[in-house]
Design a protein around this ligand. Structure first.
Ligand code: ADP
Ligand code: MG
Length: 323
């Protein structure tokens, strides 16, 4: 059994159904009522030493990323980040480590005006859990399930850089000296697409943030929307740093299946295409159209207008690939 089967089989089965829960388990955030006019989006993410980051990683980067991954889930719903809670377990108290960790958390929380309102501190293996909450006008949230047949598929930013940086750190890939810093920055200091999410809630039909790789996360949009999709591999946004250090096929594989991009993957109707592109351009957000939704219920890829088989997939905890 893998991560998502486990969630569906055990945690999604529960005796309670409340009227003030508008969206429960299954999306980037849950949505609950906050008065007549607003919803609150809520998300929780855990980072574990040795799984999500190297035990000896820079604590400032660990702090940044712990918050960034949750803000990315808020962004995927179009929510405005407001409050966080922080649960941390660590083997012993190292004041220098905690100070640097807090610097990473608070640099980002200050930027987004997000307040730390509580948490929990325990002794144990190094593990960090952040719950983030954000406000939204009622019924304006983006979800994974809103895509319509024929909608265009877009992604913000560039894909695959963090995956190459991880392989470089593991000693599995070479990176030219001049590209190392920028690529490692993408892995250690991901920038959640909060502004893009708030703009997209006015235009997009569905959205998800890319934490586990494009193919896997696109699969969640397709499943929730009961659709398929074709991805045009020629159009995947790949950075100069990525294409300078690996071959074209390897770059596409990192872009399709590498995790930790924290870009937004979203769908837009033909009618909203121009409005969305104008709004994102005005805000200085890079975006790329990479395909289209269809009724096939499958994900396919084409290269140079020819179908090509998919031999990469996204990350899932408890799957063979993650062991
Ligand atoms: P994301 O990658 O966006 O953080 P996940 O893939 O981790 O989302 O989780 C998918 C969905 O399952 C989310 O709605 C999440 O809240 C829910 N979920 C995950 N683990 C649990 C759990 N133990 N109990 C209840 N819901 C869970
Ligand atoms: Mg997510």
């Amino acid at each position: 059994m893998k991560e998502f089967d486990l969630i569906k089989r055990f945690f999604a089965e529960q005796p309670v159904r409340r009227k003030d829960v508008h969206l429960g388990i299954g999306d980037d955030c849950a949505l609950v009522s906050a008065g007549e006019q607003h919803h609150i989006a809520v998300t929780t993410d855990t980072l574990v030493a040795g799984v999500h980051f190297f035990e000896d990683a820079d604590p400032r980067a660990i702090g940044h990323k712990s918050l960034a991954v949750s803000l990315s889930d808020l962004a995927a719903m179009g929510a405005e980040p407001s409050w966080i809670s922080l649960a941390i377990s660590m083997p012993s108290i190292d004041e220098h480590w905690v100070r640097a960790f807090c610097t990473g958390v608070f640099e980002l929380s200050e930027y987004y005006n997000v307040q730390l309102i509580g948490g929990d501190t325990t002794a144990g293996p190094l593990s960090i859990t952040v719950t983030a909450q954000g406000l939204l006008p009622a019924n304006k949230a983006l979800s994974r399930g809103g895509a319509v047949n024929g909608d265009w598929l877009y992604v913000t930013g560039e894909l695959g850089d963090a995956a190459l940086a991880l392989q470089f750190l593991k000693g599995n890939a070479d990176v030219a000296r001049e590209d190392q810093e920028a690529l490692l920055e993408k892995l250690h200091y991901p920038k959640p697409r909060v502004l893009a999410g708030q703009i997209l809630k006015e235009y997009a039909s569905a959205a998800i943030d890319l934490s586990d790789g494009l193919l896997g996360d696109l699969g969640h949009i397709c499943q929730a929307s009961q659709l398929g999709a074709n991805v045009v591999l020629d159009d995947l946004p790949i950075s100069n740093a990525l294409s300078a250090n690996v071959g074209a096929e390897q770059a596409r594989e990192f872009a399709l299946a590498g995790g930790d991009d924290y870009e937004l993957l979203f769908t837009v109707s033909q009618d909203n295409k121009v409005g969305m592109e104008t709004a994102l351009s005005n805000a200085g957000v890079k975006y790329t159209c990479i395909g289209q939704l269809n009724k096939s219920m499958k994900i396919t890829t084409t290269l140079d207008s020819h179908p090509v088989p998919i031999n990469a997939k996204g990350f899932e905890h408890f799957s063979e690939a993650s062991e």
